[in-house]
Design a binder for this molecule. Structure first.
Ligand code: ATP
Ligand code: MN
Length: 461
């Protein structure tokens, strides 16, 4: 039986078998050992009370240490100890695998998150990483539920792509060329004719352009998959491999885009509060005091809408010594985003209508000719978690924006076809799944909300 179910057993008295990993063992003088066992099904351990009279007691039970795996038969009973409702009165203990206490790298005293990153294969056995994994899984389910219940069609966009879409970030190249002696053309350049796809190929930085093809056929679609950016930014908010959710909606303008984005963020927060209450209580206690009140606050208020130009005016008035100077036309940095959401508005903010020069070519040009219908959702502690826009549906303007961005429209012929044949207003956004997990768990470093983080110089596991 899963420990989650055993702890919830009402009334106690059932004979059960549980299996898991030993967290601690304590021997009492009264002829018992107390073994705390966790199987990952929930945050709390079950306490097994093991009588010294068991035949395997000396040979096995007294050699159990943190990290060992066991299977225990016993009877569930109301617990005498505090903090637990149910304990297991053991009638048999079978050791599945011992763990040498000298060598086991996770010891009972608190180990730092930095240290645990070096043992990513064992850190899921800790409370923190078990909780993160369960929250991540629950919210992945919520992502699909949210969109499916609204009639969005899930679209698996390709991981390997030949289009350097949107220049969203530096790309990883995918090649089967012999790196020691690659084929070269007559003028000495690399010859991609001999490469696997007969042309340069990359890992995707965004599924958006592909998602637009299906939005312009099916109406509302969403992607949910891995994306890759070779950006050399060693920040607590960037990974080289991360998961993104990208809804794309036809017959939609920026207002609908923002409404869906707000409802989506709230659905994720609500699901975490209701489906992962134990985990959030743990993060509240161990990671970020005030976390659950902050998350509840997100549900209670409308997100603030602010244009980029108003945001810049407020930042200029804030009287701060910004590390990055504020000036119309420059991108907002995390310090600016956090000021807007944490201090100026004190709730999530959607900043709209950014200067065209700092946003991607596909964002719809406003009538002022210098801003685009972009929107970023900013939340406390994080800054940006969503970037989105209404898309440029007018082919002439789109082509000239491509040329201005140094892109050759001929390479985007299929993307332009969406405007050539039955063009419709459409909009979408991208939400970084790990960013939202950071926001919801309070964990400061993005490396701790993905099981196997990929960052510059780091891909051990
Ligand atoms: P930032 O300015 O924070 O680097 P961005 O503007 O480059 O992000 P977008 O291209 O707008 O990011 O991507 C959409 C969303 O994907 C972002 O709002 C963010 O939540 C997430 N995201 C982007 N880059 C990363 C990354 N390297 N690691 C994790 N999440 C990311
Ligand atoms: Mn962005």
């Amino acid at each position: 039986m899963k420990i989650r179910d055993a702890l919830a057993a009402q009334p106690a008295g059932q004979a059960v078998t549980v299996a898991g990993w030993v967290r601690t063992r304590r021997d009492s003088k009264g002829g018992f050992s107390f073994i705390e066992v966790n199987d990952g099904s929930c945050l709390p351990n079950i306490q097994a009370v093991v009588p010294a009279s068991l035949p395997t007691y000396e040979a096995d039970v007294l050699r159990l240490h943190t990290g060992a795996s066991v299977e225990i038969d016993g009877t569930l009973a109301a617990s005498q100890g505090k903090g637990q409702s149910v304990e297991l009165q053991a009638t048999a203990v079978r050791v599945l695998g011992f763990a040498d206490p000298e060598a086991y790298p996770i010891q009972k005293q608190k180990t730092s998150l930095e240290h645990l990153r070096t043992i990513a294969h064992l850190r899921p056995r800790t409370n923190t990483f078990g909780a993160v994994a369960r929250v991540r899984s629950a919210l992945a389910g919520t992502v699909h539920q949210f969109f499916q219940s609204r009639g969005f069609v899930w679209l698996p966009t390709p991981i390997i792509t030949a289009s350097d879409c949107e220049g969203a970030g530096a790309m990883f190249q995918v090649t089967t060329l012999d790196l020691d002696k690659p084929a070269r053309t007559q003028d000495g350049a690399l010859d991609f004719n001999g490469d696997f796809f007969g042309r340069r190929a990359f890992l995707t930085v965004s599924g958006q352009l592909e998602a637009e093809t299906h939005a312009c056929a099916l109406g509302d679609v969403y992607t949910f998959g891995p994306t890759f950016r070779a950006e050399n930014s060693n920040t607590p908010r960037h990974l080289a491999e991360f998961w993104m959710i990208e809804p794309e909606m036809a017959f939609a303008d920026l207002a609908r885009d923002m409404a869906v984005a707000e409802a989506f963020v709230k659905a994720l927060v609500d699901a975490a509060l209701t489906r992962c209450a134990q985990e959030l209580a743990f993060f509240e206690q161990r990671v970020q005091p005030g976390l659950t009140a902050m998350l509840r606050g997100v549900l209670e208020h409308d997100f603030v809408h602010l244009t980029y130009s108003d945001a810049v005016a407020q930042l200029a008035k804030a009287g701060r010594a910004w590390e990055f100077p504020v000036e119309w036309g420059k991108d907002l940095q995390t310090e600016h985003e956090r000021y807007l959401t944490e201090e100026y508005c004190r709730k999530p903010v959607i900043v709209t209508d950014y200067p065209a020069g700092i946003k991607a070519f596909y964002m719809r040009m406003n009538d002022d000719g210098r801003t685009v219908r972009a929107m970023d959702v900013l939340v406390p502690k994080m800054g940006e978690i969503i970037g989105g826009s209404q898309r440029e549906e007018r082919i002439g303007i789109l082509e000239s924006r491509m040329r201005q961005s140094g892109l050759d429209p001929r390479n985007y012929w299929w993307y332009l076809d969406l405007r050539r044949f039955g063009s419709v207003p459409h909009a979408g956004f991208g939400l970084g799944f790990e960013r939202v997990l950071q926001f919801i768990t309070g964990l400061a470093n993005i490396r701790d909300v993905i099981p196997f983080p990929r960052t510059p110089k780091s891909a051990e596991f």
